[in-house]
Design a protein around this ligand. Structure first.
Ligand code: HEM
Length: 359
């Protein structure tokens, strides 16, 4: 039997960060032990309690530049959940609660299950790249959620392009990026053209990009530490743990809308906040040392804007792990995607363990 090797799984998973944003993630790793650290007008927030306080207690400017909401609003005209507040936001969340609650998930499951049935057959025949499989799964789910008539792969690809071009246009950089803003606007336009209601663009972007980042990384981690027995016995618990360990949306860029004190550190109105979800989730540890419930929730944010798709993501990963478990695949090769909006694999090749020779 192969020996579980957690360090190898974590080190292998880390390559997605080193390929996409090496400087940012080196800075975050180097400052991890400082609960809250000010660098000029930017505040790095690593500590789980500080992360919780900011997301639940500190007023945030949802449309400020270089924040998720502000970026979405500038490209699309706004009103797309991330940038909303007050009664407008509550109304949008109520509509989503039905779509993404337990009844909604039960109604969506038949849209992604055929993709997993196809995966089982493919895996029995030879090595499989999990990334296109998850792209089909995410696209089929996004089509069902938005009522789009587009091909699922085309919708997923448009959502990936919109997120990647937007991230490139809005990340701080020393070098000019001619045409980046124009490319981001064009990609956002191409995505909304595939949707009956253009306001669903952010839903498609949020659903597709996180799923594409999270599921292949989580499945590769499971294969590297050989936890297929647990995947067969209790896939939902393993899915929740792997979503914490991989923290697919590792940094939340936000802005403070008022002065506040967080764990004794002053935060000023207008400060840029980099909320390190990865460290709040204690993704760098096998077992959280703080509040385990907070660590499990941290990858999905907290408070009024917390991810409404968390239960769906857990259900999809659990189904993926359960489909893979009987085949006990191992990782043959992974390649990081340097261009994706979230740290992700470009390919993740899995193959079944060769049968042992008798004797
Ligand atoms: C592993 C998968 C996922 C991760 C790690 C993730 C993470 C997050 C995070 C960190 C936020 C911001 C929370 C905050 O500001 O406090 C968020 C918001 C959001 N997510 Fe997810 N998400 C995932 C899957 C999904 C899926 C599958 C959907 C939809 C089907 C979705 C839809 C959304 C939406 C619409 C918002 C904006 C909510 C608002 O501003 O009120 N997410 N997500």
């Amino acid at each position: 039997m192969r020996r579980p090797h957690r360090l190898t799984a974590r080190a292998a998973d880390r390559t997605v960060y080193l390929r996409s944003h090496p400087v940012l993630f080196a800075l975050l790793a180097a400052t991890r032990r400082r609960p809250v650290l000010r660098l000029g007008r930017t505040v790095l927030v690593h500590h789980p309690e500080a992360y919780r306080e900011i997301l639940t207690r500190v007023p945030l400017d949802r449309t400020a530049e270089h924040t998720t909401g502000g970026t979405a609003a500038r490209l699309t005209g706004g009103g797309l959940l991330f940038d909303q507040s007050g009664p407008e936001h509550r109304g949008s969340r109520r509509e989503l609660a039905n779509l993404l609650g337990s009844d909604g998930i039960a109604a969506l499951r038949p849209h992604w299950q055929p993709v997993l049935a196809g995966l089982e057959a493919e895996l029995a025949a030879g090595p499989v790249d999990l990334v296109p499989v998850v792209r089909r799964l995410a696209g089929a789910t996004a089509v069902a959620l938005t009522g789009s008539t587009a091909d699922p792969l085309a919708l997923a690809a448009a959502a990936e392009r919109a997120a990647a071009t937007t991230a490139r246009a809005h990340l701080p950089t020393l070098l000019p990026r001619p045409g980046a803003e124009r490319r981001a606007r064009r990609a956002a336009g191409q995505l909304t053209a595939l949707l009956p209601d253009p306001r669903d663009a952010m839903l498609a972007v949020a659903a597709v990009n996180t799923t594409l980042a999270a599921l292949p990384r989580a499945a590769a981690w499971c294969a590297r530490v050989d936890r297929w027995e647990q995947a067969a016995a209790d896939a939902p618990a393993l899915a929740a743990e792997l979503l914490r360990l991989t923290a697919a949306s590792p940094v939340l860029p936000r802005a403070a809308a008022a002065n506040a004190t967080v764990l004794g550190h002053p935060v000023r109105r207008g400060d840029r906040l980099l909320l390190v979800a990865r460290h709040a989730a204690e993704a760098h540890r096998d077992t959280p040392t703080g509040d385990p419930a907070l660590a499990a929730q941290a990858p999905f944010g907290l408070g009024r804007h917390a991810c409404p798709g968390a239960a769906l993501a857990r259900a999809q990963l659990a189904d993926l792990l359960a489909a893979l478990a009987p085949h006990r695949p191992r990782v043959l090769r992974t390649t990081a995607n340097p261009r994706s909006a979230l740290p992700s694999y470009r390919s993740c090749l899995l193959g079944t363990t060769p049968a042992r020779r008798p004797g």
